[in-house]
Design a protein around this ligand. Sequence first.
Ligand SMILES: NC(=O)C1=CN([C@@H]2O[C@H](COP(=O)(O)OP(=O)(O)OC[C@H]3O[C@@H](n4cnc5c(N)ncnc54)[C@H](OP(=O)(O)O)[C@@H]3O)[C@@H](O)[C@H]2O)C=CC1
Ligand SMILES: CC(C)(CO)C(=O)C(=O)O
Length: 341
Amino acid sequence: MASKARVLLVGSGGIGTIAAFNLEHGNLAQVSCVLRSNYAAVMQRGFEITSSDHGHIQSWRPTEILNAVPHFRGNGDRPFDYIVICTKNVPDVGPSLCQIIGPAVTSRHTVITLIQNGLNIERPFLLSFPDNIILSGVSRIDAHEVSPGVIEQKQKDNLHIGAFHNPKLDSDKQRRAAEEFVKIYRAGGNTTCLHEPDVARDRWSKLVYNATWNPICALTGVNTGDLRLTNCVIDDLLYPAMKEVLKVSQARGCLLPMSIIDETIHCDPVEEKVTPSMQKDLEKGNFIEHENILGEVIREARAAGVATPILSAIYALCSGIQWKTKKAKGLVDLAKNSDAI
Ligand SMILES: NC(=O)C1=CN([C@@H]2O[C@H](COP(=O)(O)OP(=O)(O)OC[C@H]3O[C@@H](n4cnc5c(N)ncnc54)[C@H](OP(=O)(O)O)[C@@H]3O)[C@@H](O)[C@H]2O)C=CC1
Ligand SMILES: CC(C)(CO)C(=O)C(=O)O
């Protein structure tokens, strides 16, 4: 690409703002960030970022700050080369992400990158944008928005990018798109961004953490470091839940080594007291991502005939919590006795 890549980033919270910063930092991209609750704060003061990779940065602004997804009409405008999505994934609450980004997508041109946790998140995108390349971003970072426009990144950014396989499109082209994104993202240095072609394995590996630690910390209100001090939760809940994730992934064709369980239990130093994103969401009164992080694992398990009693119980508890949040936000029609209006 001769000029800088034109990037639209939707979801400039914890990892989205760090991604926008990294993309701009390498000078190979110009980023338009779509903001929502933090729009006024960022317009006024810019972002304040405290980052284990970049230090303390004040008043940082991407090339463009928007309060809505722009409508790409052609008319001589440059299309977006990439749309990077870093919102939470909450498919049980509309509008869908495909509807949200739809107006900005140029068919056969825009590469859509999903930097989000969870399984099967690409499915609606492959249906809605069959002629566009969809990339998977699996992030390990621990970055959160602690107040509007104020971002704290505690772990080193470690991002894996690969193409979600679209059988309609040329495989080499999809791989090259992933490699190009990696090049742009890592150009500024200070960050690890790798091409990971085996997207399914990468996502299952990360799910060993996210399908277990995230909801267990969210439901107990206890961070990973403190939970490590409670043998009962680790031995009787976390460990067997992780074993279930491994059983399901194996049944779906992805064999993970048993050692991943111990590695995932111990990957965060106790003193770091990591608060997973789902725990943060509950603390903020936000919706949780239990459908893609747990629900999809359980649906895959059912399809493969694998029993997941522990994950299913955790999922049911999360569904109850989500219902409570929907009710608090006025999204439950009690008269109709249904989940959501
Ligand atoms: N945080 C972390 O360390 C990690 C997170 N992840 C995953 O990354 C994804 C993002 O997580 P995280 O950074 O924590 O999320 P945050 O909650 O910090 O940020 C999400 C942002 O998306 C915004 N948003 C949501 N919908 C829209 C919309 N329609 N238009 C514009 N903005 C929108 C939110 O705005 P508003 O404030 O208005 O809701 C918020 O600013 C999730 O899938 C998560 O599981 C993966 C690895 C690590
Ligand atoms: C634990 C962590 C921070 C790993 O990056 C994560 O994936 C999350 O909070 O959802």
